[in-house]
Design a protein around this ligand. Structure first.
Ligand code: NAP
Length: 283
């Protein structure tokens, strides 16, 4: 954001409901400021009925934006063109205008991929991954893991039919995808990575998504839930068991960085974005 909002200022908006607790305005405005770009990032709470027209008008007026719960599937339908990640996951979290057409991407895929690489020091290629959850974040994770040729993904989800739908959607490539009813059926084989893609941990008093004492051998764990100073209760519990574990902060940062690149066609200032994230209180 430059010192003043002017007639030339591009408006980038987060569309969702709710949006008031989102960290994206702080991260994105820090990045805009760091590069002295003429733009501003705002959060707009909107209904599903209003989403398609609002999204398209923002893009066509020279801006763009993000989309969050519960509108990512509606955004998928509202855009003219989609990236491979958006097509594969059926969800759009980032939109912009290019050559007169409204484009949509799902940068959670890129964010997840970067977070895995940061945690493991390598991609998931050739790895065995235990995935807890089968919602929107899990879908982005499965596409990312399959795109990077993970050998096997084992999905455990409270609602088994949802896990089966996920396996059916992505289960035709090189990556074998299995669904099990509970942790009891996972077996004792080692995993390169376990991912918490459930919403367990968002609320105080939630049970842990996986008890580390009952877990199979695991090289590292990634919690997509993010907490204060990079910690969640599960991160602390897994770390105490000697399992290197990260929260969802890096994924959040990297999906935002990927979105920034779509709107501004420049490399995102990761340090400024990271600093903004560190400075802000996480409730
Ligand atoms: P979602 O589509 O609503 O899926 C929620 C998942 O959590 C489902 O698998 C659901 O199981 C499971 N779940 C919810 N309550 C549960 C409970 N009491 N016991 C067991 N499982 C439960 O949500 P989402 O968009 O995938 O988001 C999931 C998590 O990822 C959220 O915490 C979100 O904040 C986080 N996330 C983080 C990032 C990031 O950048 N770090 C990005 C996206 C999402 P059922 O299918 O049985 O309902």
């Amino acid at each position: 954001m430059t010192d003043a909002v002017a007639a030339s200022t591009r408006v980038i908006a987060l569309l969702g409901d709710p949006v008031s607790h989102s960290l994206s305005p702080r991260i994105q405005n820090a990045a805009i400021r760091a590069l002295c770009l003429d733009g501003v990032y705002v959060a707009l709470r909107c209904s599903g009925d209003d989403l398609p027209a609002l999204l398209r008008a923002l893009a066509r007026a020279g801006g763009g934006g993000n989309v969050t719960v519960p509108h990512k599937e509606a955004a998928f339908r509202a855009v003219d063109r989609r990236t491979t990640a958006a097509e594969a996951t059926g969800a759009v979290n980032t939109f912009w205008l290019a050559d007169g057409e409204v484009w949509g991407d799902n940068t959670d895929v890129e964010g997840f991929t970067a977070a895995v690489r940061t945690l493991l020091g390598r991609s998931a290629a050739g790895g065995r991954v235990l995935l807890l959850g089968a919602g929107g974040a899990a879908r982005a994770a499965v596409h990312a893991l399959a795109s990077h040729a993970a050998t096997q993904i084992v999905i455990v989800n409270r609602t088994q039919v949802r896990a089966r739908e996920l396996a059916d959607r992505f289960g035709r490539g090189r990556t074998r995808i299995d669904v099990v009813a509970s942790m009891d059926e996972v077996g004792a084989g080692a995993f390169d990575l376990v991912v918490n893609a459930t919403s367990l941990g968002l609320h105080a008093g939630d049970p842990l998504p996986l008890d580390p004492a009952a877990a199979p051998p695991i090289e590292a764990a990634l919690d997509l839930v993010y907490g204060r100073a990079g910690e969640t209760r599960w991160v602390r519990a897994m770390t105490a068991h000697g399992i290197p574990t990260a929260d969802g902060t890096e994924m959040l940062l990297r999906q935002g960085a990927a979105a920034f690149r779509r709107w501004w066609s420049v490399d995102p200032p990761l340090d400024a974005m990271r600093a903004a994230l560190r400075e802000m209180p996480v409730s």
